[in-house]
Write a protein that binds this ligand. Sequence first.
Ligand SMILES: *[C@@H]1O[C@H](CO)[C@@H](O)[C@H](O)[C@H]1NC(C)=O
Length: 263
Amino acid sequence: MWVSENNWISIFIVYIHVPTVVWTLSQCITESDCKCSTDEGTIDLSQLALPASSAPRFKDVAVKGVEGLSVSWNPCNKWTKPSSPSSQYKDCENIAACGTILTNNFDIGQQETAECYFNTTVERCVLAFTGKVYLDTEQSPKTFITLECDSSEEGQLESIGPSEKVDDSAHFPFKLHSKYACPRKSSLSAGSVLIIVFGSLLLAYIVAGILFNKFHRGATGKEVIPNINFWMDFPLLVKDGVAFSYQFCKKTCGGKRSSYESI
Ligand SMILES: *[C@@H]1O[C@H](CO)[C@@H](O)[C@H](O)[C@H]1NC(C)=O
């Protein structure tokens, strides 16, 4: 044979592993504040999120390249960061992402503004939030979170590079490494798919058969049922089949006892 047994095993293993390791995305659409739908299934961050409260899931992540700036983020649910009375900016009430410099809290992303989009350069889903308009920039700051599927991580938020100014608005790029960032298909087992397919075929067979018999053959009454004679004989055929197998087995697999009987 041109392929040895070991090669078959490798081919089998590669075939099983390729779809789980090298999934490539080609779209990312907002489904809710908390979910992005992709061509590989839905990314749902709800299991990562802390409930609405004063605690974010990711607290005080230092922003790379910006001295003294840290960002806190909670996916899905609003949270509030308490501000001290002396703070000039106290803007982190019921938000998604909060930027903090010294005692000042800046709104850099509200939960309602969550938007999923596809970054074609990195071929990943990005979850973006827009914050409040600040007078000195006249643009809203934005938080971008690239969703990186990592089945070995519960959740880790990484600052990727300093904030950039794009069209006068500050952009804060992050990457979330998490198993909840993996797209998941609604889980239908192979068995249920088989049942659905078989059920649909059966229904199509019955409906098409009835229509054909009624309108093409002009059948009436129970004669409209497709292959009625076959189905009426069906229990008999099954009975014959079972009886035949039984007789056959009695002769061939019965061993000593059957040969004793045949004497
Ligand atoms: C896509 O991601 C790359 C790398 O993080 C970034 O440089 C680029 O600006 C992103 N593009 C868009 C449209 O967000």
